[in-house]
Design a protein around this ligand. Structure first.
Ligand code: ADP
Length: 474
């Protein structure tokens, strides 16, 4: 398959080439894929104004029209899914099968949002005042500023753009500069889908400058962001002056708990998909694995057998399970976490080798102590640290001993324990006997410093609307 890249900015349904450009590299080979235009102040302004003009018209479209345009986009994405998957793998490194999974998963948010566009219904409230009626409707929040990360170059975009459009909003999107090509290909497909001028605008450039403009410009009413907690807090602070509606999907530190009564094989399979997918570079991936003492050795041995089967290499090859880390800094962080844990008493039970290029061997650490950095910070690499625990109360306390609360997982066959843990674990999402949690019709999001707002499900659309009521006297 020959690759077609879109490399200019997409503003007001036009492709804009700028004099300045930047390189996009393949993390598996270190080679340049292509160069992409770089937005300066003029392009940022043009994108905001275009979205603002488009909003004034899109706001008045019917739900049926929004649904039709989104369904067109959905079908085009599915028709081009192999091409999109290749671009995802080339720019972010994840294995091609995972990339295809991401494209289909990303597309499902477009289909779901298209369907939901027709169901943003209001209500009539019984009024306490005589001869009056109160109508409640949900209106689009306004122009949306969206900023997305590199680890899901496709899905983090559709998860934001599709519900925004369904709700009647227009969008200025800044994808990660490490992975802009998937975003620009999606823009091309939106053109084919018949999106009106300026409905979505895609700019890449200096992240801090664009972030600052999007969060401070009064024409933008809603900010939606997926990325680090540090940047999320900055965007929230910057949005305060113009009091925007803000959704943040930030970092996690997911506990993965395996009780002695669990099906151990299922728990191992759940951990493999949860921990090693995208080489551990997902915000919902297990970061701390707590295994009950009595099954600790058996679990570790079975995990080792499974991890030994994972093949590391360039993800464009079909048989690869673990691709590269996104950049040298990401690789160094993972290696530092391993080194730190070992220096504090952990055993390097499997892997841990510093491989050539940006690859890190999938790793298992055993006997990890709570003072290791891996127990506090997201590793974002293929490293599973195994901690041992004795009691349910103890593991709940340790699982919650973090500022984050995005995802959590536990494996047990005791139904009463399932109920207790569902309440006790401080997390926006929980996988019970499952290492996979994310689907388009469930509300994805976190608590504590993992963020605010939800993406997907009924609630996902409500992040892009404002309630308005009218008091009618007759
Ligand atoms: P990561 O460490 O996973 O790359 P970041 O939060 O740095 O997470 O990046 C997520 C997104 O936020 C990317 O699109 C990136 O360009 C963008 N970003 C980084 N710094 C800023 C900033 N100061 N203002 C706005 N966006 C930013």
């Amino acid at each position: 398959m020959s690759d077609k890249f879109y490399t200019d900015l997409y503003i007001n349904s036009k492709w804009i080439k700028t004099s300045k450009s930047f390189e996009v590299k393949n993390p598996a080979t270190g080679e340049e894929i292509t160069k992409v235009s770089f937005a300066g102040p003029n392009e940022i302004e043009l994108a905001i104004q275009s979205a603002s003009d488009a909003f004034k018209k899109w706001k008045y479209t019917t739900a049926k029209v929004r649904c039709e345009k989104l369904m067109n986009w959905f079908r085009l994405i599915m028709e081009h899914k192999d091409q999109l998957a290749r671009i995802v793998t080339l720019e972010c490194g994840k294995p091609i099968k995972e990339a295809l999974g991401e494209v289909i998963y990303g597309a499902s948010f477009v289909e779901w949002s298209a369907e939901q566009a027709k169901r943003i219904d209001g209500s009539i409230i019984n009024s306490p005042l005589a001869n009056t009626e109160i109508n409640v409707s949900f209106e689009p929040a306004g122009v949306v500023g969206a900023i997305t990360p590199w680890n899901f170059p496709m899905a983090m975009i559709t998860r934001k753009i599709a519900p925004a459009i369904a709700a009647g909003c227009s969008v200025v999107l800044k994808p990660a500069e490490l992975t802009p090509l998937t975003a620009l290909y999606l823009a091309h497909l939106s053109e084919l889908a018949g999106f009106p001028e300026g409905l979505i605008n895609i700019i890449v450039g200096d992240a801090a400058e664009i972030g600052n403009r999007l969060t401070t410009d009064p024409r933008i009413r809603k900010i939606t962001f997926t990325g680090s907690t540090k940047v999320g807090k900055l965007l929230l602070t910057q949005s305060a002056e113009t009091l925007k509606k803000v959704s943040l999907e930030l970092g996690g530190n997911a506990p993965f708990i395996v009780f002695a009564d669990a099906n151990i094989d299922e728990a191992v399979a759940g951990l493999i998909i949860c921990k090693y997918r995208n080489a551990g570079q997902t915000c919902v991936c297990a970061n701390r694995v707590y295994v009950e003492e009595s099954i600790y050795d058996e679990f570790a041995a079975k995990l080792k057998t499974a991890v030994a089967n994972l093949k590391v290499g360039n993800g464009i090859n079909e048989d690869i399970n673990i691709g590269p880390l996104i950049n040298a800094a990401g690789k160094q962080k993972a290696l530092n976490h391993i080194k730190d844990a070992v220096s504090k008493g952990a055993t390097l039970y499997f892997g841990g080798k510093d491989m050539e290029g940006q690859f890190v061997e999938p790793t298992i650490l055993t006997n990890v102590t709570d003072d290791a950095i891996v127990s506090k910070e997201e590793t974002f690499g293929p490293v599973a640290p195994l901690f041992s625990f004795k009691t349910e109360d103890e593991v709940i306390r340790r699982a919650n001993d973090t500022n984050f609360g995005l995802a959590a997982y536990f494996f047990t066959t005791d139904y009463k324990r399932i109920q207790r843990l569902k309440s006790a674990i401080e997390s926006g999402m929980i996988g019970v006997n499952s290492g996979v949690i994310s689907v388009e019709n469930a509300p994805f999001g976190g608590v504590k410093e993992s963020g605010t707002g939800r993406e997907g499900g009924q609630l996902g659309i409500y992040d892009f609307v404002e309630a308005k009521y009218t008091m009618n006297k007759f």
